[in-house]
Design a protein around this ligand. Structure first.
Ligand SMILES: NC(=O)c1ccc[n+]([C@@H]2O[C@H](COP(=O)([O-])OP(=O)(O)OC[C@H]3O[C@@H](n4cnc5c(N)ncnc54)[C@H](O)[C@@H]3O)[C@@H](O)[C@H]2O)c1
Length: 360
């Protein structure tokens, strides 16, 4: 059996990284993937304002050092890369410090809490000839990747109709939070994923209009209608109405070749290609093709977290950004512009907004 050290030798240079932010998402979704690929990552240190968390994560991933100050960790370790996982405002502040040192950064989504903050990160990265990857892991999800390949099939035609439903379990209204504040929180924490998925499949959105409704127990729903730059039409529905454990993720894309691909819950893909199987015309279900991961496949692997972490590590080790469609800081900016466009539209009775013109 090969040891980890032998694996490292085989792959050559490892990505020397520090892990900043040792909270829930970092330890649940990102660092377990880092720890599973120690042939690719050399974890120099962990860091969290909370020393006990930094120590606990260091123990879990086998890092030799733990810091409470991100700048001290960066100066002491001089890493090739840094994971920065925390609330969006923390990510924007710390990722800026990482990029200023010319170091490529990985943050969770969104990399910043505002459009202006997202643009600042992109500007810093460009100024220091480096790059960032944002944790839109759905771009690495197997079912979404297979669905994207369906759009390339000759019988699919032009993808001209897109529907995305994201029924999330939160966040809900905090005490004293206004409708506007709640809407923005829901859009940047959940809407960013949905809008990024829309761009992943159909490209940029030229105009967007949206409306919101507020329910009891701090819930809400935002319904957005999009006209893509390609001319395609789409809807993006984001709600926090799902009960605990009942989140749903649905994507439907229709092409003018009379083909249709659907992905349910980031797992179950169904493809109906109009002229794909011309010998079977009577039973629509016989025209379908479906795909599901093996029931034993681990959740972090199927959702896309493992592949996004590996893509970042390989890119850091190779000294160049990951290939598209890996989400970069420009994708992060576009997603936040779409969130803000939806927010502005909701506040102005559903009027149409041009996302690329949104600056704040
Ligand atoms: N991709 C997904 O599906 C998904 C799911 C959940 C959360 N997230 C994202 O993950 C991110 C983190 O969320 P969370 O719930 O894990 O947060 P959290 O509050 O549990 O953890 C944040 C950690 O960062 C630490 N921290 C704060 N400021 C710091 C600083 N300046 N330096 C060092 N450490 C600092 C805190 O002490 C805390 O331990 C959020 O941006 C969220 O949007 C993504």
């Amino acid at each position: 059996m090969r040891t980890i050290a032998e694996g490292a030798e085989r792959t050559g240079r490892r990505a020397r990284v520090v892990l900043v932010g040792c909270g829930a998402q970092a330890n649940r979704a990102i660092y377990p993937c880092v720890a599973a690929r120690l042939d690719l990552f050399d974890v120099l240190a962990t860091c969290d304002l909370d020393e006990a968390r930094a120590q606990a994560t260091a123990k879990r991933v086998g890092a030799p050092r733990a810091f409470t100050d991100p700048a001290a960790a960066l100066d002491a370790c001089r890493p090739d890369g840094a994971f920065v996982i925390g609330p969006p405002a923390m990510q924007a502040a710390v990722a800026g410090r990482v990029l200023e040192r010319g170091i490529p950064v990985f943050t969770e989504k969104p990399s910043a809490p505002t459009v202006a903050g997202a643009r600042t990160l992109l500007d810093i990265a460009r100024r220091h000839s480096t790059w960032g990857q944002t944790g839109f892991m759905k771009r690495f999800n197997d079912a979404y990747r297979a669905a994207r390949a369906c759009l390339e099939r000759p019988e699919f035609g032009r993808p001209i109709f897109f529907e995305k439903h994201f029924y999330a379990q939160g966040p809900h209204r905090r005490p004293g939070q206004s409708d506007e504040e709640l809407l923005w929180t829901v859009l940047i924490m959940q809407g960013t994923h949905a809008f990024d998925v829309a761009r992943y499949f159909l490209g940029d959105i030229a105009t967007l209009s949206a409306q919101a409704v507020f329910g009891r127990d701090g819930t809400c729903a935002v319904s957005s209608q999009a006209r893509f730059a390609s001319g395609a039409l789409g809807t993006v529905q984001v709600t926090t109405l799902a009960g605990p454990g009942n989140a749903r993720y649905l994507v439907d894309i229709l092409g003018d070749g009379k083909a249709h691909v659907r992905v349910e819950d980031m797992r179950r893909l169904t493809y109906h290609g109009g002229a794909w199987n011309p010998t079977v015309t009577s039973d629509q279900f016989q025209q379908g093709y479906s795909m599901e991961p093996h029931p034993l496949a681990r959740r972090l692997w199927t959702l896309g977290h493992f592949a996004e972490v590996v893509a970042y590590g390989q890119a850091v080790a190779a000294g160049r950004p990951p290939d598209p469609p890996a989400p970069n800081l420009e994708d992060n900016l576009r997603a936040l512009q779409l969130c803000r466009a939806a927010w502005m539209s909701c506040l102005h009775g559903g009027q149409s907004v041009v996302p690329s013109e949104v600056t704040e």
